[in-house]
Design a protein around this ligand. Structure first.
Ligand code: MLT
Length: 405
């Protein structure tokens, strides 16, 4: 008789953003006239910029011609894209990353959740609290559910590192040493950043204790301040302790197109084994690569024209972030983030729980956000709004929220 992976039963009923989508659907069925503004999931609203649509069209034409048609993509991704990434995302910032250390994928969500597969199931994981739920859920699915393993005498579970107003939403170095450490900066959901000297301490800690940092840099293109690293490889010694994941979703509006990549330096090891060949093996076995046309669109992001166009989009979203920050501040809310990230993290008024505020906002202002407690216990009494809406809706949402405060 077939049995199931019982770890799935230890997960919450549904994924955070699926729960929100269901609640909003129910509400709109009951209130068909409500004009709902969605600032919940961090999904982009601006169309692909012309340099990328032009590259897509051209690539589609190539696929329709026998002479230029392409079948399976190379395991690691096309060389033209990996070269552009190595040059523009890393070498330009003084980071020594080679094209063959880059694994192209269909997005950071898949990479963040799959990367744990190459590590032992007995590994202890450290995550910020609040945190992007994918890191925790994927480790629970793999059996890292916090139980002590009497055979290996290890605790294969999750250590939560509280990120609160008191510590400016930045985690402290853990006293119990984890094997894997997930860091996401600029942070989802709090919108905070870690300055270079502080990130350097994490790199030193990981190298000293043999931990691996899984660095999610999906929001790096939203950094506006100096001295905030765009890549963990800007820190000395990161090549021997860190894997970095990036996404084209928020940088270039690819949430529907799907493209991302993971960097694994050649010398990176865990338990005396190199990680690059393991991820290459996994990639080659379980994945057939991002579509050719999408990789060509990704390449276009690195052209001068493409770069200028995506920078305009980022400035547009950050204009929204400013409207949200200023508007909510004026209305008397306590707000954080929104300067180097497209997320605004606010304190719920009147000590409401995050979900109470979600319902209140949906009902009284017809605005959807994300309850902070959905990102972890330390997110309780907080709420996240995204700057990825269009300008008109963002302005209307803030007017409505201000009126009900
Ligand atoms: C978020 O809203 O946190 C993200 O958009 C979700 C994702 O990227 O999967």
């Amino acid at each position: 008789m077939a049995t199931i992976n019982k770890n799935y039963l230890k997960l919450q009923g549904s994924y955070l953003f699926s729960t929100i989508a269901r609640k909003v659907k129910e509400y709109s069925e009951q209130h068909p006239d409500a004009e709902i503004i969605r600032l919940g999931i961090g999904d982009v609203t601006q169309p692909l910029a012309p340099a990328m649509t032009y590259a897509l069209h051209r690539a589609v034409d190539e696929m329709g011609n026998e002479k230029t048609f392409r079948g399976y993509a190379p395991d690691l991704g096309y060389e033209f894209l990996r070269r552009a990434i190595a040059e523009k995302d890393f070498k330009k910032r003084g980071c020594n990353i080679e094209p063959d250390e880059i694994f192209v994928s269909d997005g950071a969500k898949g990479d963040c959740s799959n990367i744990q597969e190459i590590f032992g199931t007995d590994n202890t994981i450290a995550v910020c609290d609040p945190v992007y739920p994918v890191y925790v859920d994927s480790n629970v699915m793999a059996g890292r559910t916090g139980e002590y393993d009497s055979v290996t005498q290890r605790f294969a579970g999750v250590i939560y590192m509280p990120c609160t107003e008191e510590n400016l939403f930045l985690p402290e170095l853990p006293s119990k040493v984890p094997d894997l450490i997930y860091l996401c900066f600029p942070n989802n959901p709090t919108g905070t950043v870690m300055k270079k000297d502080r990130l350097q301490k994490w790199v030193d800690y990981a190298n000293e204790h043999g931990s691996i940092i899984l660095f999610d840099a999906a929001y790096e293109s939203y950094i506006s301040e100096e001295d905030v690293p765009h890549s963990i490889y800007e820190c000395d010694g990161a090549r021997t302790c860190a894997i970095e994941m990036r996404s084209f979703s928020k940088t270039a509006g690819f949430t529907g197109l799907r493209l991302g990549y993971t960097v694994i330096p050649r010398e990176l090891e865990a338990g005396g084994e190199k990680l690059w060949p393991l991820w290459a093996r996994r990639h080659g076995t379980k994945y057939n690569g991002a579509p050719y046309i999408v990789q060509r669109a990704g390449e276009a992001v690195y052209t001068d024209e493409g770069r200028r166009q995506v920078e305009e989009q980022i400035a547009y979203y950050m204009g929204n972030a400013k409207i949200i920050l200023n508007g909510l501040n004026k209305a008397g809310y306590e707000v954080f983030g929104g300067v180097n990230a497209p997320y605004i993290w606010l304190k719920t008024p009147d000590d409401m729980t995050s979900w109470e505020f979600f319902d209140y906002l949906l009902d009284k202002a017809n605005v959807v956000g994300t309850p902070g407690s959905g990102f972890g216990p330390s997110g309780e009494h907080f709420f996240r709004l995204t700057a990825f809406g269009n300008r008109e809706n963002t302005i209307r949402a803030i007017e409505r929220i201000s009126k009900i405060h």
